[in-house]
Design a protein around this ligand. Sequence first.
Ligand code: SP5
Ligand code: ZN
Length: 339
Amino acid sequence: MQVVASDIHRRHDNVELSGGRLASSSEGPIRADIIDQAVRAAGHQVISPSALDHDLLTRVHTAEYVDFLSTAWERWNQRPNAAPAAMPFAWPSRGIDPVRPHDLVGQLGYHSFAADCSIVAGTWPAVHEAGAIAASAADLVIAGSLASYGLCRPPGHHATADQFGGYCYLNNAAIAAQRLRENGHEQVAVLDVDYHHGNGTQSIFYERSDVLTVSIHADPIDEFPWFVGHASERGLDDGAGWNVNLPLTAGTTFAGWCAALDVALQRVTDSSATALVVSLGVDTYIDDPLGKFELTTPDYTTMAARIGGLGLPTVVIQEGGYAVDDIGRNVAAFLAGLA
Ligand code: SP5
Ligand code: ZN
């Protein structure tokens, strides 16, 4: 399978607020480096991305947000005694439509929903490159490949049209889906198998019927992103019926997970999609430090074979997965099942 990857991700190496302390992020450069090694060892061909089309980016994210993200570090670093990571400490109040503040710190809160993310000097180049990787992976499928894999880092599925959070800044899977939509695929489906709910992808396509969004994830009543991801969220207006959430409880094994996959695959089939984007998080792994599901390495091969059984051209986009010792073999196991 063709893999799109880049070393530029290494420039994004930041901190997160975790358990009341600032700590080195669980979403570190080592993740993508280990995946890169594993896919090369498995014999996949690795290519570099093409330049990202700025207009495509601003059809997924607001121009205001893209402008904010691309300049936030520079603006932060001009402040006296600037810390090495830009972070918000206040967010919009519930029930009040927020006015966008002028001040950078206010804008950091306006454009985010969680403090597991911070912006460092290399964040923008890395997140922009991840977006380019997603678009290029979609281009491979548009050009006729049956499957491609975008080794995106940082991940993207939590990022909404104008907010970062959950280690995500630009929504790579949404960029891939939008690219497919604009190049011959009238109906696209996004299947999110990351442990966490894909709130950003849901939000971006919530009022659209041309992109079906389906997410299998830990029930937000017990897990990040806490406030979104319930089964009752089904889409709005034109998008009514075009979002499917399949929340599962802690301790879910592959058998339980597969029951949700059956529902997800049936809905994708019913949508008449001609192309599929998979948001591949391997934080469903039994030893993942952030997740509480119990999938094993061979389960990823079975999962991918079942997804491949749809017979749809498929763009796989890397999302989470924090058991770094096993992340390479878990991703390789998935790609082997799809091939
Ligand atoms: C893409 C993705 O999987 N994002 C997940 C974001 C979850 N962020 C909050 C996690 C808080 C866990 N803090 C414990 C860190 C242990 N090193
Ligand atoms: Zn996750």
